[in-house]
Design a protein around this ligand. Structure first.
Ligand SMILES: Nc1ncnc2c1ncn2[C@@H]1O[C@H](COP(=O)(O)OP(=O)(O)OP(=O)(O)O)[C@@H](O)[C@H]1O
Length: 260
Protein backbone atom coordinates (compact mmCIF):
# COMPACT_ATOMS: atom_id res chain seq x y z
CA UNK A 1 0.00 0.00 0.00
CA UNK A 2 1.40 3.42 -0.93
CA UNK A 3 0.54 6.47 1.12
CA UNK A 4 -0.48 6.73 4.73
CA UNK A 5 -2.45 4.02 6.45
CA UNK A 6 -3.91 4.53 9.88
CA UNK A 7 -5.18 1.41 11.59
CA UNK A 8 -7.20 1.22 14.82
CA UNK A 9 -5.45 4.36 16.09
CA UNK A 10 -6.20 5.57 19.60
CA UNK A 11 -4.36 8.40 21.37
CA UNK A 12 -4.66 9.34 25.03
CA UNK A 13 -3.67 12.82 26.20
CA UNK A 14 -3.39 12.63 29.97
CA UNK A 15 -6.62 11.07 31.20
CA UNK A 16 -8.48 12.04 28.03
CA UNK A 17 -8.95 9.75 25.04
CA UNK A 18 -8.41 12.22 22.19
CA UNK A 19 -8.72 9.67 19.36
CA UNK A 20 -10.53 6.36 19.39
CA UNK A 21 -10.18 3.55 16.84
CA UNK A 22 -9.38 5.60 13.73
CA UNK A 23 -9.07 3.64 10.47
CA UNK A 24 -8.12 5.75 7.48
CA UNK A 25 -6.15 5.50 4.25
CA UNK A 26 -4.71 8.70 2.80
CA UNK A 27 -3.55 8.34 -0.77
CA UNK A 28 -0.78 10.19 -2.60
CA UNK A 29 -1.93 12.76 -5.14
CA UNK A 30 -4.84 13.91 -3.00
CA UNK A 31 -5.55 16.92 -0.87
CA UNK A 32 -7.55 15.75 2.13
CA UNK A 33 -9.31 18.27 4.35
CA UNK A 34 -9.67 17.31 7.98
CA UNK A 35 -12.76 18.93 9.48
CA UNK A 36 -14.63 18.71 12.76
CA UNK A 37 -15.72 20.86 15.69
CA UNK A 38 -13.28 22.26 18.26
CA UNK A 39 -11.76 19.51 20.35
CA UNK A 40 -12.68 16.76 17.85
CA UNK A 41 -9.09 15.47 17.70
CA UNK A 42 -7.89 16.96 14.39
CA UNK A 43 -4.59 18.36 15.69
CA UNK A 44 -3.99 15.18 17.65
CA UNK A 45 -4.43 13.12 14.47
CA UNK A 46 -1.90 15.26 12.55
CA UNK A 47 0.53 15.11 15.48
CA UNK A 48 0.18 11.34 15.66
CA UNK A 49 0.89 11.03 11.93
CA UNK A 50 3.93 13.30 12.34
CA UNK A 51 5.19 11.08 15.16
CA UNK A 52 4.66 13.80 17.80
CA UNK A 53 1.77 12.17 19.69
CA UNK A 54 2.26 8.59 20.77
CA UNK A 55 -0.50 6.13 19.87
CA UNK A 56 -1.93 4.20 22.82
CA UNK A 57 -3.14 1.62 20.32
CA UNK A 58 -2.99 1.03 16.59
CA UNK A 59 -0.45 1.85 13.96
CA UNK A 60 0.40 4.41 11.28
CA UNK A 61 2.37 3.33 8.24
CA UNK A 62 3.83 5.26 5.31
CA UNK A 63 4.28 3.10 2.21
CA UNK A 64 4.07 0.08 4.51
CA UNK A 65 6.72 1.26 7.02
CA UNK A 66 5.78 2.10 10.60
CA UNK A 67 6.07 5.86 11.20
CA UNK A 68 6.79 5.23 14.90
CA UNK A 69 9.80 3.09 14.02
CA UNK A 70 11.32 5.54 11.50
CA UNK A 71 14.48 7.35 12.52
CA UNK A 72 13.71 11.00 13.34
CA UNK A 73 15.82 12.20 10.39
CA UNK A 74 14.03 9.85 7.99
CA UNK A 75 10.64 10.96 9.32
CA UNK A 76 11.58 14.64 8.93
CA UNK A 77 12.33 14.06 5.23
CA UNK A 78 9.18 12.03 4.72
CA UNK A 79 6.64 14.09 6.66
CA UNK A 80 6.53 17.90 6.74
CA UNK A 81 4.33 19.28 9.50
CA UNK A 82 3.02 22.82 9.83
CA UNK A 83 1.75 23.30 13.40
CA UNK A 84 -1.07 25.63 14.32
CA UNK A 85 -0.13 29.25 15.07
CA UNK A 86 3.66 28.92 14.98
CA UNK A 87 5.94 31.91 15.43
CA UNK A 88 9.55 32.95 15.00
CA UNK A 89 11.69 34.45 17.75
CA UNK A 90 14.65 35.77 15.73
CA UNK A 91 14.78 38.48 13.04
CA UNK A 92 16.14 36.08 10.41
CA UNK A 93 15.42 36.99 6.80
CA UNK A 94 12.29 35.28 5.49
CA UNK A 95 14.38 33.35 2.97
CA UNK A 96 16.54 31.86 5.75
CA UNK A 97 13.49 30.75 7.75
CA UNK A 98 12.06 29.02 4.67
CA UNK A 99 15.49 27.48 4.00
CA UNK A 100 15.26 25.75 7.41
CA UNK A 101 12.84 23.42 5.63
CA UNK A 102 15.89 21.97 3.85
CA UNK A 103 17.61 20.88 7.09
CA UNK A 104 16.09 17.35 6.92
CA UNK A 105 18.04 16.92 3.67
CA UNK A 106 21.28 17.89 5.42
CA UNK A 107 21.36 21.20 3.53
CA UNK A 108 22.59 24.18 5.55
CA UNK A 109 20.27 27.17 5.15
CA UNK A 110 23.22 29.53 4.45
CA UNK A 111 24.80 27.17 1.87
CA UNK A 112 21.90 25.72 -0.06
CA UNK A 113 22.75 23.67 -3.14
CA UNK A 114 20.92 24.51 -6.38
CA UNK A 115 18.14 22.00 -5.64
CA UNK A 116 17.56 23.50 -2.20
CA UNK A 117 17.50 27.04 -3.57
CA UNK A 118 14.98 26.01 -6.21
CA UNK A 119 12.78 24.39 -3.52
CA UNK A 120 12.87 27.57 -1.40
CA UNK A 121 12.03 29.77 -4.39
CA UNK A 122 9.13 27.52 -5.43
CA UNK A 123 7.80 27.48 -1.85
CA UNK A 124 7.91 31.29 -1.55
CA UNK A 125 6.13 31.59 -4.87
CA UNK A 126 3.39 29.14 -3.96
CA UNK A 127 2.44 31.14 -0.86
CA UNK A 128 2.70 34.50 -2.66
CA UNK A 129 5.76 35.72 -0.70
CA UNK A 130 8.05 36.50 -3.61
CA UNK A 131 9.69 39.87 -2.88
CA UNK A 132 9.74 39.17 0.90
CA UNK A 133 13.02 37.21 0.83
CA UNK A 134 15.14 39.66 2.82
CA UNK A 135 12.45 41.02 5.16
CA UNK A 136 13.06 40.14 8.85
CA UNK A 137 10.75 37.30 9.84
CA UNK A 138 9.78 39.16 13.01
CA UNK A 139 8.51 42.14 10.97
CA UNK A 140 5.66 40.38 9.17
CA UNK A 141 1.92 40.57 9.65
CA UNK A 142 0.17 37.52 11.13
CA UNK A 143 -0.95 36.29 7.70
CA UNK A 144 2.47 36.86 6.12
CA UNK A 145 4.10 34.93 8.98
CA UNK A 146 1.64 32.06 8.54
CA UNK A 147 2.49 31.92 4.83
CA UNK A 148 6.22 31.98 5.56
CA UNK A 149 5.90 29.03 7.94
CA UNK A 150 3.87 27.11 5.37
CA UNK A 151 6.60 27.87 2.81
CA UNK A 152 9.15 26.39 5.21
CA UNK A 153 7.11 23.17 5.34
CA UNK A 154 6.66 23.17 1.55
CA UNK A 155 10.40 23.68 1.00
CA UNK A 156 11.10 20.25 2.48
CA UNK A 157 9.31 18.74 -0.55
CA UNK A 158 8.33 15.79 1.63
CA UNK A 159 6.04 13.14 0.20
CA UNK A 160 3.62 13.89 3.05
CA UNK A 161 2.57 17.41 4.04
CA UNK A 162 0.43 17.99 7.13
CA UNK A 163 -0.90 21.51 7.69
CA UNK A 164 -2.83 22.54 10.79
CA UNK A 165 -5.19 25.40 9.82
CA UNK A 166 -2.92 26.77 7.07
CA UNK A 167 -5.40 29.44 5.94
CA UNK A 168 -6.94 30.50 9.27
CA UNK A 169 -5.11 33.86 9.41
CA UNK A 170 -5.22 34.65 5.70
CA UNK A 171 -7.25 37.12 3.65
CA UNK A 172 -9.52 35.58 0.97
CA UNK A 173 -7.07 36.04 -1.89
CA UNK A 174 -4.21 34.40 0.00
CA UNK A 175 -6.51 31.61 1.20
CA UNK A 176 -7.12 30.79 -2.45
CA UNK A 177 -3.42 31.10 -3.35
CA UNK A 178 -2.37 28.81 -0.49
CA UNK A 179 -5.06 26.20 -1.17
CA UNK A 180 -4.12 26.22 -4.85
CA UNK A 181 -0.52 25.67 -3.73
CA UNK A 182 -1.50 22.75 -1.48
CA UNK A 183 -3.55 21.22 -4.27
CA UNK A 184 -0.61 21.62 -6.67
CA UNK A 185 1.63 19.88 -4.12
CA UNK A 186 -0.86 17.00 -4.06
CA UNK A 187 -1.03 16.90 -7.85
CA UNK A 188 2.73 16.54 -7.94
CA UNK A 189 2.30 13.27 -6.03
CA UNK A 190 2.33 14.26 -2.35
CA UNK A 191 -0.14 13.16 0.30
CA UNK A 192 -1.47 16.47 1.64
CA UNK A 193 -3.70 16.76 4.70
CA UNK A 194 -4.93 20.16 5.89
CA UNK A 195 -7.15 21.01 8.84
CA UNK A 196 -9.72 23.51 7.62
CA UNK A 197 -12.52 25.18 9.56
CA UNK A 198 -13.98 26.89 6.50
CA UNK A 199 -16.32 24.24 5.14
CA UNK A 200 -16.78 26.07 1.82
CA UNK A 201 -13.05 26.07 1.18
CA UNK A 202 -12.79 22.46 2.33
CA UNK A 203 -15.59 21.35 0.01
CA UNK A 204 -14.22 23.32 -2.91
CA UNK A 205 -10.53 22.45 -2.75
CA UNK A 206 -10.29 19.03 -1.14
CA UNK A 207 -10.37 15.78 -3.09
CA UNK A 208 -11.49 13.99 0.07
CA UNK A 209 -12.91 15.17 3.38
CA UNK A 210 -12.42 13.44 6.71
CA UNK A 211 -14.82 14.42 9.49
CA UNK A 212 -13.78 13.82 13.09
CA UNK A 213 -16.19 14.20 15.98
CA UNK A 214 -15.35 13.56 19.64
CA UNK A 215 -12.23 11.62 18.75
CA UNK A 216 -13.99 9.30 16.30
CA UNK A 217 -14.00 9.10 12.53
CA UNK A 218 -17.51 10.20 11.66
CA UNK A 219 -17.22 10.18 7.86
CA UNK A 220 -14.66 10.11 5.08
CA UNK A 221 -15.12 10.50 1.33
CA UNK A 222 -15.95 12.93 -1.43
CA UNK A 223 -16.99 16.41 -0.23
CA UNK A 224 -20.63 15.97 -1.28
CA UNK A 225 -20.85 12.69 0.62
CA UNK A 226 -19.39 14.11 3.84
CA UNK A 227 -20.59 17.73 3.98
CA UNK A 228 -24.33 17.21 4.33
CA UNK A 229 -26.95 19.18 6.19
CA UNK A 230 -27.55 16.20 8.48
CA UNK A 231 -23.86 15.95 9.46
CA UNK A 232 -23.54 19.69 9.95
CA UNK A 233 -26.39 19.35 12.42
CA UNK A 234 -25.19 16.21 14.19
CA UNK A 235 -21.43 16.94 14.36
CA UNK A 236 -21.22 20.75 14.31
CA UNK A 237 -24.55 21.54 15.98
CA UNK A 238 -25.60 23.99 13.29
CA UNK A 239 -28.56 24.42 10.98
CA UNK A 240 -27.11 24.90 7.49
CA UNK A 241 -28.08 24.82 3.84
CA UNK A 242 -25.83 22.88 1.49
CA UNK A 243 -26.37 23.44 -2.21
CA UNK A 244 -24.43 22.39 -5.25
CA UNK A 245 -22.98 25.36 -7.14
CA UNK A 246 -20.69 25.66 -10.10
CA UNK A 247 -17.20 25.00 -8.70
CA UNK A 248 -18.32 23.06 -5.63
CA UNK A 249 -20.70 22.97 -2.72
CA UNK A 250 -22.02 26.08 -1.06
CA UNK A 251 -22.51 25.85 2.69
CA UNK A 252 -24.56 28.57 4.36
CA UNK A 253 -24.61 28.28 8.14
CA UNK A 254 -27.98 29.57 9.35
CA UNK A 255 -27.68 29.26 13.09
CA UNK A 256 -26.63 27.13 16.05
CA UNK A 257 -28.97 24.32 17.08
CA UNK A 258 -30.03 24.95 20.63
CA UNK A 259 -30.00 21.31 21.77
CA UNK A 260 -26.52 20.46 20.34
N1 LIG B 1 -2.15 18.24 26.40
C1 LIG B 1 -3.42 17.82 26.54
N2 LIG B 1 -3.82 17.13 27.65
C2 LIG B 1 -5.08 16.68 27.78
N3 LIG B 1 -6.04 16.86 26.85
C3 LIG B 1 -5.70 17.52 25.74
C4 LIG B 1 -4.38 18.04 25.52
N4 LIG B 1 -4.36 18.66 24.30
C5 LIG B 1 -5.60 18.54 23.80
N5 LIG B 1 -6.41 17.87 24.66
C6 LIG B 1 -7.83 17.51 24.46
O1 LIG B 1 -7.85 16.53 23.40
C7 LIG B 1 -9.00 16.73 22.58
C8 LIG B 1 -8.57 16.87 21.13
O2 LIG B 1 -7.81 18.07 20.99
P1 LIG B 1 -7.31 18.55 19.55
O3 LIG B 1 -6.40 19.72 19.77
O4 LIG B 1 -6.77 17.39 18.81
O5 LIG B 1 -8.68 19.03 18.88
P2 LIG B 1 -8.94 19.81 17.52
O6 LIG B 1 -9.98 19.05 16.78
O7 LIG B 1 -7.66 20.06 16.80
O8 LIG B 1 -9.55 21.17 18.06
P3 LIG B 1 -9.54 22.70 17.51
O9 LIG B 1 -10.47 22.77 16.34
O10 LIG B 1 -10.10 23.43 18.69
O11 LIG B 1 -8.13 23.10 17.19
C9 LIG B 1 -9.71 17.96 23.13
O12 LIG B 1 -10.78 17.51 23.95
C10 LIG B 1 -8.67 18.67 23.96
O13 LIG B 1 -9.27 19.36 25.03
Amino acid sequence: MTGLEIRALSVDLGARRALQGIDLALEPGRLTALIGPNGAGKTTLLRAIAGLAKPSAGEITLNGASVARMRASERARAIAYLPQGGGVAWPLPVESVVALGRLPHGERPDHLPAQGRAAVEAALLSVGLEGFESRPATALSGGERARMLLARALATQAPVLLADEPVAALDPRHQLIVLDGLRAQARSGATVVAILHDLNLAARFADRIVLLDQGKLEASGLPEAVVTEARLASSFGIRARVTREEGGLLVVAQGPLSDA
